[in-house]
Design a protein around this ligand. Sequence first.
Ligand code: APR
Ligand code: PHB
Length: 387
Amino acid sequence: MAERTQVAIVGAGPAGLFLGHLLHRAGVDTVVLEARSREHVEGRIRAGVLEQGTTDALRAAGLGERMDREGLVHDGLHLTFDGAQHRIDLRALTGRAVTIYGQTEVVKDLVAARLQDGAPLRFAVEDVRVDGREGQVPVVRYRRDGAEHELRCDAIAGCDGFRGVCRAAIPARVLTTWERTYPFAWLGILADVAPSTDELIYAHHERGFALHSMRSRERSRLYVQVDPGEHVEHWPDGRVWHELHERLASDGFALSEGPVLEKSITPMRSFVAAPMRHGALFLAGDAAHIVPPTGAKGLNLAMADVLALAEALIDGSPAALDAYSDHCLRRVWRVQHFSWWMTWMLHRHPGHDPFQAQLQRSQLAYVASSEAAARTLAENYVGYEDA
Ligand code: APR
Ligand code: PHB
């Protein structure tokens, strides 16, 4: 079956869905193609910290209603190390805040909006092949329900995540990649218990990093650093809670336990591919870059790409389309540095090199005591807008 649209969007994660929404509102025809089922896409548990720039963009696009009702605005965060908790006042340092609202909820809102708009969103497509070579009509081929489909378009948006097909469709000779894997991973739990803290706690401890986050006033999301080769079967609930008690401990803090609803291990990686455009194929979100989760930047970076891509595609001029990749990469590298730095500062490094451990503690003490150092963390955490 042959079909035509203006922009073919591969992937219905937050990047693909938000791009589809922005373009649809601007009167640009789009088709979104997704390999997985709607249930799978809406059920994935991912991070949950939205920068103010992200919430502003969602609101401006008419997607703020449930987020404003259910999201939790946080004016600060806590750093715990050497048994003491230190608050970083994001609002006082930057004038801005972050909102706790799960990526899962953002995705549900985006799917609902697209279906309500009656815009094409095809789940469970198979064998997607993209061809955006210069000098010919861009085309996306795929199979659905056993039938072969051909989607001709003006541009292809590769929003298919780190393991998608779009980045792989760019010839290796034009793509430069940078990659770092870390010698640790995060084991995360979703627990049916009210958070034991009003604001997130990032803890540096000699047993390893821990994070107390949340999804709502009733649900906690917590993480402990584990070895990258770990398996969840080795981490019964009691062991996870034990580590959380040890690592999050500080004067006056008491951790409440509750039923564990989900448990999974997240690998940690930094990755960038450039340029983010080749011919009529544009990459956005995890398809082009990955950050370790320590700064909670993955979703925010994907949303920033998509705002820039929507603007370039709506403008449509060669100058606007040419500027997309460099524009995004400036922010991508700032965020890469911040995510790497937070990761470096907070985790236990293998071997526990004593010199490095002292540098980490000195850096943490500096951030906790110097307004200039705290502001550096804060302005990156809430989203540095100049990049
Ligand atoms: N064809 C169609 N869809 C595909 C294909 C393919 N060949 N390969 C992958 N996909 C889909 C995935 O099933 C997924 O739904 O593309 C989507 C990509 O979504 P994400 O991985 O969520 O990536 P992105 O939208 O860029 O969002 C970035 O999500 O992964 C987190 O930490 C990340 O928070 C960040 C955010
Ligand atoms: C989360 O709530 O899942 C979360 C919060 C902050 C992070 C990473 C993940 O830095």
